[in-house]
Write a protein that binds this ligand. Structure first.
Ligand code: ATP
Length: 319
């Protein structure tokens, strides 16, 4: 292995830049050359890439977003697109590829590995929804952004004695909503993993108000329904007035937390080590505080049991 490539793909996540930096610096430290590929798989197909030196990744460890840009690329889902990508990789003398992204990006990199081109994946997504790793890059930063927002919303909720619904990101995974709800002291948390029970929610809001509670925070993961939809359900069912706050893309931005920067550095260095060892089709992750690599196919196993204990605790602490 003499020359490796690195790209970021799918939704951006805080910590991607720190991971690119780690890949570049560790690879150069190990005597490799690194090529940065711009705009994800689209840039790979189009040959948009350049050699990255030590200085090119300076001053990015603290920045959100991704210096390499990110994109969704429908063409790469086709065999033809994947062949074009492999031709570009060969033409640029690249022997291995680090892909930083979510589930879809992993699937794309697996296609390349199956075609004989070794790829290693770094989990970069705020959703924390990749099986095989306890945390994904960007989750901690997004979590802190949501908590900060909840704290601010709570100020106005308390002052005006109102119930607020906060809609957070999470199409299929409720980790962000659940962790933020627990950390922000939300009264109700609605996530895709747990079936919604409107009667119980109304009951909780009513009994809270009967014991003198003047305000409430309800967190809704966008995958279940929108905040507006939930607000109208509460209005129709129990004539409960609410205000809705949709956090949107602020959750994906911002300077990565210390935890995400450390994870990014560990993941980036590990990815380079795995490629040097000649292994493709591996995913990098952290399991019980240990940085590990594992068969990427395990990252596609969506049957991982959801840990109900934290959800249960959030209910117990917000009675
Ligand atoms: P996020 O978690 O933020 O959505 P992601 O990596 O899952 O990130 P996707 O849009 O699903 O984001 O995937 C990124 C890109 O990966 C796609 O635009 C496509 O180019 C490629 N990709 C996704 N799924 C496949 C697949 N099954 N085969 C080949 N390429 C794929």
């Amino acid at each position: 292995m003499k020359r490796i490539g690195v790209l970021t793909s799918g939704g951006d996540a805080p910590g991607m830049n720190a991971a690119v930096r780690a890949v570049v610096r560790k690879a150069i430290y190990e005597g490799l050359e690194v090529v940065g590929i711009f705009h994800g798989y689209q840039g790979l197909i189009d040959g948009k890439m350049e050699v990255l030196d030590l200085g090119s990744v300076g001053d990015i460890i603290q920045r959100g977003g991704t210096k390499l840009f990110s994109a969704r690329c429908p063409e790469f889902r086709t065999e033809e697109g994947q062949q074009k990508a492999i031709e570009q990789l060969k033409a640029h003398g690249i022997d291995g590829l680090v892909v930083i992204g979510g589930d879809g990006s992993y699937r794309g990199s697996m296609k390349l590995t199956e075609s004989g081109f070794p790829c290693v994946g770094i989990p970069g997504t705020i959703d924390n929804d990749i099986p095989g790793t306890d945390y994904t890059l960007g989750f901690d930063t997004a979590l802190n952004t949501v908590i900060e927002s909840i704290d601010k919303i709570r100020d106005t909720a308390t002052s005006h004695e109102r119930t607020f619904i906060v809609e957070v990101m999470g199409r299929d995974a409720g980790d962000l909503a659940l962790w933020a709800g627990l950390a922000g002291g939300a009264e109700t948390i609605i996530i895709p993993e747990v079936e919604i029970n409107m009667d119980e929610i109304v009951e909780r809001l009513k009994s809270g108000s009967e014991r003198g509670k003047k305000h409430s925070i309800i967190i809704v993961a966008e995958g279940v329904m929108s905040g507006a939809e939930f607000a109208s359900k509460l209005k129709d069912l129990a004539d409960i007035e609410t205000r809705v706050s949709v956090l949107g893309h602020i959750q994906r931005g911002g300077s990565p937390t210390g935890r995400d920067r450390v994870l990014a550095s560990l993941f980036g260095a590990k990815a380079v080590e795995v490629l040097i060892a000649g292994n493709g089709g591996r995913a990098i992750g952290i399991q019980n505080h240990q940085v590990v690599d594992y068969d990427m196919n395990e990252a596609f196993d969506n049957h991982e049991e959801f840990d109900m204990s934290m959800y249960q605790l959030s209910k117990e602490l917000s009675i």
